[in-house]
Design a protein around this ligand. Structure first.
Ligand code: UD1
Ligand code: CA
Length: 465
């Protein structure tokens, strides 16, 4: 049977007190509504319609064309929101999953389980529920004497007895599509909030003799609806736990899960060890047998197998196998390290390729450069790639040796196997196999040290009188 999904994302989220629309707030680096869409996609919903309203254009721009949209110009309630998808969905036969865009922890497996129960029971509507220690703010599940669900009551419409109920509505449901749209026609806004509640569909279907069912999830995390920053922090914590657990089960050692932050889409190979204080963000992908951290901060960075990165920052960098980076290195966008490259302490690399086995061990800046294989760049050597207006390129051939504190004034080329003497400022290309020396010749003045000191001493005495 056809499976469709409706994701409710039109609300402003006043309680977030934010310029950013609620469903775009990230949890572990990904907007909440994206998490929800990923879950319905993995649960094999062929179509997903997102109901947008507040910030409609911004939300659409973030989510792109892979989903359909329905506009809810005025936010008159969750039932009204679902009604806005009528022209897209009402004529279809099948099962429709409805999820709130602010429940980022809902999983595909649970949605699948919800749908199977729904189909097994032959229900017209099935709600996902959870037992909450503190049910405040959620709709309550009212069950009859036989244990069957009668209706869902919003917190603000609860009688004192109903307020005691700890089984809550998670905001995830599935419906017989045609029955959903038929029942929505009968929903009114006669309630405490003056809104058209989607939850009223349950009572309506029950009264007309349809079967309604409930699927209780045993993971209350899945129920978290993020209405304010407190819940956002809680969702972040629970999502982080879930992500670390997944990597641990895949064979990654995480020395201190509590101080390790891994975003949702990061991948990590087995036998890699993450040391405390490490943050892996965006599309970062780490190979196997790596040692990352302590205190590595990697964004959209790919790392091959067997590499080590300590106390360093990398952004949009590409590292090969068996590389060693840090402590205290900064790899900026466009850095590409081939295998077995060593980048040492206080080295910054930007928009540069470094060939296999090359070493930049200490205190260097390498920008807009092409560094061959087997190159050694001495302590303090830099590429001067910027004249205040233009960026220029430095090319260093295989097996070249760049002495300490050399300045390579770009555009410039150092040939294969060439040798740049320490302290040189190189302004002209150096041929392959050549030695370049560009510094003043040294002069030694025999015995002059004492003379120099006495001159300095008498100057000081004169001044202090
Ligand atoms: C809703 C449920 C409540 C449930 C809770 C779970 C209703 C009436 N209540 O309450 O039973 O326990 O979720 O988290 O459904 N939205 C729109 N258009 C609107 C109103 C809301 O798109 O006109 C969207 C919001 O952007 C949000 C979602 O629907 O993503 C839920 O709305 P929200 O106002 O947060 O509902 P709750 O009061 O949390
Ligand atoms: Ca909510």
């Amino acid at each position: 049977m056809a499976r469709m999904a409706i994701v409710l994302a039109a609300g402003q989220g006043k309680r977030m007190k934010s310029k950013l629309y609620k469903v775009l707030h990230p949890v572990c680096g990904k907007p909440m509504v994206r998490h929800v869409l990923d879950a319905v996609g993995q649960a094999n919903c062929e179509r997903a319609v997102v109901v947008v309203g507040h910030g409609a254009e911004t939300v659409r721009a973030r989510l792109g064309d892979s989903v359909e949209y329905a506009l809810q110009a005025e936010q008159l309630g969750t039932g009204h929101a679902v009604m806005q998808t009528r022209s897209l969905l009402a004529d279809a036969d099948g099962v429709t999953v409805v999820v709130c865009g602010d429940t980022p922890l809902v999983t595909a497996a649970t949605i699948e389980a919800l749908i199977s129960l729904h189909e097994r029971e032959g229900a017209a509507a099935t709600v996902m529920t959870a037992e909450m220690a503190d049910p405040t703010g959620y709709g309550r599940i009212v069950r009859g004497p036989d244990g069957g669900v009668l209706r869902i009551v919003e917190q603000k419409d609860c009688s004192p007895e109903e307020a005691q109920i700890r089984e809550i509505n998670t905001g995830t449901y599935c419906f017989d599509n045609r029955k959903l749209f038929a029942a929505l026609e009968r929903v009114t806004n006669e309630n405490a909030q003056g809104e058209y509640y989607l939850t009223d569909v349950f009572g309506i279907l029950k009264q007309q003799g349809d079967r309604i069912a409930a699927y209780m999830t045993d993971d209350p995390a899945e129920a978290i609806g993020v209405n304010d920053r407190v819940a956002l922090g809680e969702a972040e914590r629970l999502m982080r736990q879930r992500i670390t657990l997944k990597h641990q089960l895949n064979g990654v050692t995480i020395i201190d899960p509590a101080s390790t932050y891994i975003e949702s889409d990061v991948t990590i190979g087995p036998d890699t060890v993450l040391y405390p204080g490490t943050m892996l963000r965006g599309s970062t992908a780490i190979g196997s047998d790596c040692a990352i951290g302590p205190h590595a901060d990697l964004t959209d960075t790919r790392v091959g197998d067997g590499s080590a990165i300590r106390q360093s920052v990398a952004d949009q960098a590409l590292l090969g196998n068996e590389c060693s980076v840090g402590p205290f290195a900064y790899l900026r966008p466009g850095t590409r390290l081939h295998d077995e490259v060593k980048i040492g302490d206080f080295v910054e690399v930007k928009n540069s390729v470094v060939g296999q086995g090359s070493k930049i061990p200490h205190l260097s800046y390498v920008g807009d450069a092409e560094v061959g294989a087997g190159v050694n760049i001495g302590c303090g050597a830099i590429t001067a790639n910027y004249d205040g207006y233009n960026k220029s390129k430095t090319v260093i051939g295989d097996n070249a040796f760049i002495g300490t504190n050399a300045n390579l004034i770009a555009p410039v080329k150092v040939g294969e196997g060439a040798y740049v003497v320490a302290g040189s400022t190189i302004t002209h290309d150096v041929g392959a196999g050549d030695v370049a020396i560009a510094r003043e010749r040294q002069v030694n003045k025999a015995g002059y040290a004492e003379k120099l000191r006495s001159k300095a001493r008498s100057k000081k005495e004169r001044e202090s009188k």
